[in-house]
Ligand binder design. Structure first.
Ligand SMILES: Nc1ncnc2c1ncn2[C@@H]1O[C@H](COP(=O)(O)OP(=O)(O)OP(=O)(O)O)[C@@H](O)[C@H]1O
Ligand SMILES: [Mg+2]
Length: 193
């Protein structure tokens, strides 16, 4: 089965292709509202309203290597199939936010998959760009921001294997920490839940 983390990777790669220097990924789970909201927000070149309209059409792409762009249509399909939807907010020269919502318990809602691995891979593959990852679970949240990590790391690059491993471990630890002990139901991307 496909995983939503792969869609998030696709959408974040659009941000990188759009020249974003900062990409923010937010994963929000609310069990009472039975909702998952995934957002990818960037400060890239943005799109005109006409481009935004066309982007929902799988035959629209600015790629030259292949005619059909599937990143956004597939993400939209995953959301609609799970009782939710996708929205795009974009301002030319300012940036873009893609938000997908899902009914958490919907039978056709794909699993989140390895969001931590996706975030770590994006950081490792793009050490000169900044990423902020925000994980929310039933009102609790944490964030990891490469702009802050850079200050701590000094001259050590973000694609150093030890640094990537540390970020990976940190995100997993923080994700576990926002798990509400009383509910017996944890965030999906924590191994063992
Ligand atoms: N964050 C973004 N900023 C600016 N333009 C974007 C952004 N995301 C998408 N676009 C525009 O929308 C088009 C369609 O995106 P989509 O991900 O659906 O397909 P693609 O990236 O062209 O191809 P694929 O994802 O299949 O490799 C892109 O080619 C790009 O022109
Ligand atoms: Mg794409």
């Amino acid at each position: 089965m496909r995983e939503l983390s792969l869609n998030v990777l696709d959408i974040a790669q659009n941000s990188i292709a759009a020249g974003a220097t900062l990409t923010e990924i937010t994963v929000e789970e609310d069990t009472a509202a039975d909702r998952i909201v995934l957002t990818v927000r960037d400060n890239g070149r943005g799109m005109t309203p006409e481009q935004v309209r066309k982007v929902s059409d799988p035959f629209y792409t600015t790629r030259t290597t292949r005619k059909v762009g599937m990143g956004i249509p597939l993400f939209r399909m995953a959301a609609e199939m799970a009782g939710g939807g996708l929205s795009i907010e974009s301002v030319p020269g300012k940036g873009t936010a893609v938000t997908a919502t899902f009914v958490r318990s919907h039978i056709d809602r794909m699993p989140l998959g390895d969001i931590t691995g996706t975030v770590v891979a994006l950081i490792r593959m793009n050490p000169d760009r900044d990423f902020r990852y925000v994980r929310k679970w039933n009102g609790r949240e944490f964030a990891v921001d490469t702009r802050e990590l850079r200050e701590i790391l000094g001259d050590v690059p973000l694609d150093t294997p030890e640094v990537a491993d540390w970020i990976d471990a940190y995100i997993k630890e923080q994700t576990e920490a926002i798990l509400a002990p009383s509910s017996g139901e944890g965030p999906e991307d924590v191994p063992g839940n």
